[in-house]
Design a protein around this ligand. Structure first.
Ligand code: SAM
Length: 307
């Protein structure tokens, strides 16, 4: 195949490219839009996917096209771990650009949306279980603005003084955002927002439930073990940790979304099978209880207790 730089012409049409890799319609729609908008970018994308050598100039054009036309891409490139990205997928605002519409339509993007839905359902069940015994204190670590907690509290516990959460995040803007969302939802009195690293957080009272969602996905196993070892010390007797991780199924079923994330906006994930997550829990001294997933099974949420 000739280089995109030599003649700006790929061997594959969008139709052939999508058919060759069996991609979904949203990939076709995205590439067709880009072809019309900027054919050179479409050619660079296809060449890059095919692992052709791309010049620095083409790489720059490609990145700039994505960050100048997509909130999701710009936020990811600025900071892959930012909650701006997860919030964007959770809230699915009306957006005008097809790149962002692509992320909402893709299986990978939909799975992140489905993750928060499943986290909230399971969190509610767990809170109910713990409430049978006593008051419940939750630690939402790397909680972003705490949307999961805010949703569950405003839906079920507005008038319940037995449930409280400490939402810890080191990003001051996400804390500010969370305080506003919690105020609007009428649950600000139930959440203590703490702007600090959860690695340094010293809880006044130990947590019954710790939530760690969207934090471990980009980290190697050894680092996950160290984090879980440290935060398990914040657990009260009988307490549990919910920790999420992205599974290899996402890469297998939606390689084009991960291609954009990794190769264009530089967001690297460390995919982990459930067995590996179980091993991480074990090495951290946690007893694996059970797990749940999003509807696509692209994220696995393990629940562990102190041994
Ligand atoms: C992808 S967001 C996920 C937010 C939220 N848990 C959710 O499920 O939507 C990851 C968050 O973890 C935070 N974070 C990562 N490492 C942290 C640390 N060591 N201490 C506090 N916050 C951390 C980031 O600032 C970011 O807000």
């Amino acid at each position: 195949m000739s280089s995109v730089l030599e003649n700006n012409q790929n061997e594959y049409s969008v139709e052939q490219f999508v058919e060759k890799f069996g991609f979904e319609k949203c990939v076709f729609d995205l590439l067709k839009f880009i072809e019309k908008d900027n054919n050179e970018i479409k050619n660079i994308i296809i060449a890059k996917y095919l692992k052709e050598k791309i010049s620095a100039e083409s790489e720059t054009k490609l990145l700039e096209y994505f960050i100048n036309n997509s909130v999701f891409s710009a936020a990811t490139f600025a900071n892959p771990a930012t909650s701006v990205v997860t919030e964007f997928l959770y809230t699915r605002p009306n957006v005008s650009h097809p790149i962002d519409e692509y992320f909402f339509a893709s299986r990978g993007g939909s799975a992140i949306h489905s993750r928060i839905v499943n986290v909230e359902e399971n969190l509610h069940s767990l809170i109910e279980e713990y409430l049978k015994k006593d008051k419940v204190l939750i630690g939402n670590l790397g909680g972003g603005p705490g949307r999961d907690i805010i949703d569950v509290f405003s839906k079920y516990y507005k008038d319940n003084n037995n449930v409280f959460c400490v939402n810890v995040d080191r990003d001051k803007n996400t804390i500010l955002r969370g305080k506003r969302i919690a105020t609007m939802a009428g649950v600000i009195d139930k959440i203590d927002f703490s702007e600090t690293s959860f690695m340094r957080h010293k809880p006044k009272k130990k947590f019954d439930i710790i939530i760690l969602v969207g934090v471990l996905c980009g980290l190697p196993s050894e680092t996950c073990v160290l984090i879980l070892k440290l935060i398990k010390k914040m657990l009260a007797k009988g307490g549990c940790i919910i920790a999420s991780n992205v599974t290899p199924k996402m890469l297998e079923e939606d390689p084009f979304t991960y291609f954009i994330m990794e190769k264009i906006t530089n967001w690297h994930l460390v995919f982990k099978e459930e067995e590996l997550l179980k091993d991480i829990f074990k090495k951290a001294g946690l007893k694996w209880q059970k797990s749940f997933s999003d509807d696509y099974r692209y994220h696995n949420m393990g629940i562990g207790t102190i041994k």
